[in-house]
Design a protein around this ligand. Structure first.
Ligand SMILES: [Zn+2]
Length: 241
């Protein structure tokens, strides 16, 4: 990430990035933000939400220990925190796989030996904003035969889960990322069944739902998706700095 954006993040979130210039024996933050500028808005949104959560709940300081790209996604590691913080960093990882690491445009995660998330202009593939029904492959949705019987219900719930279609073109990649993450959590992480009861699209995406967990995991992921939509262009999906 370029120096200007790096400094901006450290200025805005001095407590989260207080180890930015600490020695390498203490933290990996000494290497800076080891990812492209296109994820700046996502990191900024994530940090604003972390900061807000810390201030409203008094959970104690959350300090970043490493921020980097890995397998085409954003890894944001922190010291301390709670379930809300874990859910947001988890979803930020997933959402980054739909955002060009170079420019912030909606993109797909592609490649096998070298996995990257880049738009077509930056050597990758655009997210299909006009055909957002692109689903996970059947192989991903089908329950593997070797899976123990007690897991089958979770896989069935995941396969049946859908978010309502989003009318706002530039927010569709965010909704798709959220849908895939919830499906993954239904399938693998014991997230109880969820039904989305309403979505509105005024200043941002806003979801209401029934079910889900009581720990705040789902709520934290939805919150980050909504916050990121608020700063993403309604037509192009590009996120404002
Ligand atoms: Zn790009």
């Amino acid at each position: 990430m370029n120096r200007e954006l790096d400094e901006l993040l450290c200025q805005r979130y001095p407590r989260i990035f207080r180890d930015r210039h600490a020695p390498m024996t203490d933290t990996c933050m000494c290497w800076g933000f080891a990812c492209g500028d296109g994820w700046y808005a996502l990191i900024d949104t994530l940090c604003a939400e972390i900061q807000r959560h810390v201030e409203t709940t008094g959970i104690g300081e959350v300090v970043a220990t490493q921020v980097k790209e890995k397998f085409g996604c954003l890894r944001f590691y922190v010291r301390s925190g709670d379930v809300h913080i874990s859910a947001m960093t988890w979803f930020a990882d997933y959402l980054s796989g739909f955002i060009c690491e170079e420019c912030g445009a909606p993109a797909l995660r592609t490649g096998s030996s070298w996995i990257q998330t880049r738009c077509a202009r930056h050597g990758g593939e655009n997210f299909p904003l006009d055909a957002p029904t692109r689903a996970e492959s059947d192989e991903e949705l089908l329950c593997p035969e070797w899976l123990p019987a007690n897991k089958h219900a979770a896989w069935a719930r995941a396969a049946a889960f859908h978010l309502p279609p989003v009318r706002t073109r530039g927010w569709r990649h965010i909704a798709t990322a959220l849908e895939h993450t919830i499906r993954n959590d239904l399938r693998h992480n014991e997230l109880p069944a969820v039904v989305i009861t309403n979505v509105t699209e005024s200043d941002a995406l806003r979801y209401r739902w029934a079910g889900g967990d009581t720990r705040g995991w789902l709520a934290a992921m939805v919150r980050l998706a909504e916050a990121y939509s608020a700063r993403s262009d309604r037509q192009t999906g590009a996120a404002a700095y």
